[in-house]
Design a protein around this ligand. Structure first.
Ligand SMILES: Cc1cc2nc3c(=O)[nH]c(=O)nc-3n(C[C@H](O)[C@H](O)[C@H](O)COP(=O)(O)O)c2cc1C
Length: 260
């Protein structure tokens, strides 16, 4: 589950993005989309207003938008807390509980950027946006993904579905390797076998799945024209990087571990 902040502006979002980008030295905003670029269309007046953009600030993705013109905008209430989860039931439960005594701005429904998205102001006047985590994927450029990934050293015990593992392994399969020999061999370790991992390393950090990334020396390329350098280790470093980014895209944390 992710927990982020969404700032809302009344036509001056672009100026605010420039301001915060200068203050935090973040470079250009990621994922910037105007109302005019939205697949839903918009009025001429809203064409250049910002529908979405984000800035990486101290390891968090701070999100920004303009409200549509003509919408009642009260300064001071222009911050929304944004919860992302990959669990549909969890989103429904929180949304219903949050709505009691509050006001639903947008009921939970499919949008062009999320399979499930809703906005509610709770009875304490706090605005919340809830969405399926796919929301992050829909807005993430490579730079955003690379900025957001970090080494996780505390994991939940939730088992990871086969589909997610398959997507991650596919990213490792298509990684470049020297001469395209593809010497990578990845063992997926779960359940009782994790004890064997713990016997080799203190760095599992409670992860429910470990990917042991190996290469076959009989297959890997050697730099034979010069010094016969073994290139398999470089191959699997690239493969592992692909795996980590793919894991992040699936909403999963990871940590590269060489200490074993
Ligand atoms: C080749 C390599 C080996 C690493 N080995 C370990 C390790 O054994 N244990 C660990 O906790 N972190 C390990 N890390 C994680 C690094 O400490 C971490 O990537 C680095 O501090 C940058 O932090 P970030 O991943 O959060 O951006 C390793 C990273 C790399 C690239």
């Amino acid at each position: 589950m992710s927990f982020d902040v969404f700032l809302n502006f009344d036509g001056d979002c672009r100026a605010a993005l420039d301001f915060y980008a200068d203050v935090f030295l973040t470079g250009k905003p990621a994922g910037l989309m105007t109302y005019g670029q939205s697949p839903n269309g918009c009025s001429v007046a809203d064409k250049d207003r910002i529908l979405y953009a984000s800035l990486p600030i101290f390891g968090h993705s701070l999100m920004f938008s303009d409200c549509p013109s003509g919408e009642q905008y009260v300064k001071g209430s222009n911050v929304a807390l944004t919860l992302g989860s990959d669990n549909t039931d969890e989103i429904h439960r929180i949304f219903v509980a949050m709505s009691v005594g509050g006001e639903i701005f947008m009921p939970l429904e499919k949008t062009f950027f999320s399979e499930l998205y809703g906005m509610v102001r709770d009875k304490f006047d706090i605005t919340w946006q809830l969405s399926l985590t796919a929301f992050e994927g829909a807005t993430s450029s490579f730079n955003e993904l690379a900025n957001a990934r970090y080494s996780v050293r505390s994991f939940k015990l939730h088992p990871i579905g086969d589909e997610k593992i398959a997507a991650i392994l596919e990213a490792g399969r298509i990684a470049p390797t020297a001469c395209n020999y593809q010497p990578q061999r990845i063992k997926v370790i779960t359940g009782g076998d994790l004890e064997k991992v713990d016997a080799c390393s203190p760095c599992r950090f409670g992860a429910p799945t470990v990917l042991l990334v190996c290469y076959d020396k009989n297959i890997s390329a050697k730099r034979s024209s010069f010094d016969n350098k073994e290139l398999g280790e470089i191959d699997v470093s690239i493969v592992t990087t692909h795996l980590m980014f793919a894991a992040h895209e699936q909403g999963l944390g990871s940590c590269w571990v060489a200490h074993f």
